[in-house]
Design a protein around this ligand. Structure first.
Ligand SMILES: NC(=O)c1ccc[n+]([C@@H]2O[C@H](COP(=O)([O-])OP(=O)(O)OC[C@H]3O[C@@H](n4cnc5c(N)ncnc54)[C@H](OP(=O)(O)O)[C@@H]3O)[C@@H](O)[C@H]2O)c1
Length: 333
């Protein structure tokens, strides 16, 4: 194939950062053994950091960002995939170290791809994207308290960064799992939105600021934390015996300050989530559960479909905390 296609290209020539829509050729895609025609990508917090200035994540320029995509196989050197297979890619450092999904075509390692489950399609899979996949991983981590670890049944689950991509989808999934979801947010005008997703109770994120005792009254059976930082001190202290804190994010800071008491007196578990490094088996399991746990008409109601140009106008809002919900990127728009 010699035809040209469009892609977002970031560059950092002479310390001057740039982002443009450029024409590339298939020969410009140097990595991988499966060529995919991209239908959709999605905008995640990490993408916003990278689009802004490389986020100290991308080291080699010029570069095509986009940490996830869905699409159709055009050519494959691996017999696991054939032409016209519908595939999903999230993580594996695509969009960070390997050219990513903000492009009409992408070429990746066959070991990074899974086939789209039959209940999903290209658009639905990126309405979930890395954020949705991460929300699923976090929700199954919380569920492990009653399932894998055979502990007491999960009832009350806290979700922080509730109006974000991961938070919003986690609320939906956890309420579908039958749990009472408590949504912590900094946005005072989003109560209706959060209730509509399935939140039973809305908390101001300020409630987790300030001094915490070593142990406080146990409230949470599980926590999906997308925020990190100082709020975790109180969250650990408020987690019930055997409770699981699934920590995936750092939107509120990278440092945590805690003590051993929640862990050795109550057996609280801190379960780190790295969606990018999940095994293919775990990916297949989780993506196959998605359609049962997610109401796509609801996600559609808070999903914006962006062209590359619109992507450039939207990522700063995500970084400034002025965007909520999901944004999918259509490279053909
Ligand atoms: N570990 C993984 O595999 C993985 C995968 C995907 C994402 N992540 C991480 O998870 C986090 C959430 O991702 P996302 O895509 O959902 O991002 P997002 O859509 O930007 O949502 C982040 C949310 O965090 C809250 N927030 C923002 N700034 C904050 C601050 N200074 N203090 C406290 N809360 C703040 C806001 O929610 P409210 O206004 O409602 O409070 C915001 O909507 C990010 O840190 C991202 O890098 C990790």
């Amino acid at each position: 194939m010699t035809e040209k296609f469009k892609a977002v290209v970031i560059n950092n020539e002479n310390e001057k950062f740039s982002r443009d829509i450029k024409d590339l050729e298939i020969a410009d895609l140097k990595d991988g053994n499966v060529l995919v025609k991209v239908d959709y990508s999605s905008l995640n917090y990490k993408d916003a950091l990278i689009l802004n200035n490389g986020g100290k994540i991308v080291r080699n320029f010029p570069f095509v960002p986009g940490i996830d995509f869905s699409g159709t196989v055009v050519e494959s050197e691996d017999s696991k995939f054939k032409k016209n297979d519908n595939v999903i890619l999230t993580g594996f450092r695509v969009g960070e170290a390997y050219f990513g999904g903000f492009s009409q075509f992408a070429k990746v390692d066959s070991n990074f791809l899974i086939k789209i489950p039959k209940d999903l399609d290209s658009k639905k899979s990126m309405m979930l994207g890395t954020a949705g996949f991460t929300a699923l991983l976090c929700s199954f981590a919380v569920k492990a308290k009653e399932e894998l670890l055979l502990g007491a049944k999960v009832k009350d689950v806290l979700v922080t960064g509730a109006t974000g991509g991961v938070g919003s989808i986690a609320i939906m999934i956890l309420s579908k799992m039958g749990y009472d979801v408590h949504a912590a947010t900094g946005k005072k005008d989003k109560n209706e939105y959060l209730k509509n997703l399935g939140a039973k109770n809305i908390l101001d994120r300020k409630e987790f600021e300030g001094e915490s005792k070593l142990l406080e009254k146990g409230i949470w059976d599980g926590v999906v934390d997308t925020v990190g930082g100082s709020a975790l001190t109180k969250i650990f202290a408020q987690t019930k015996p055997g409770g699981i804190v699934a920590a995936c994010g750092n939107a509120g800071g990278i440092k945590i300050n805690t003590n051993v008491m929640p862990f050795i007196i109550r057996g609280v578990k801190l379960w780190g989530i790295d969606s990018s490094g999940s095994s293919l088996k775990r990916r297949e399991f989780v993506w196959n559960e998605a359609a049962k746990l997610v109401d796509f008409s609801k996600i559609q109601s808070f999903t914006k479909e962006l062209s590359f140009n619109e992507l450039f106008g939207t990522y700063p809002k995500l970084l400034n905390g002025e965007f909520f919900g999901r944004a999918i990127v259509n490279p053909n728009k």
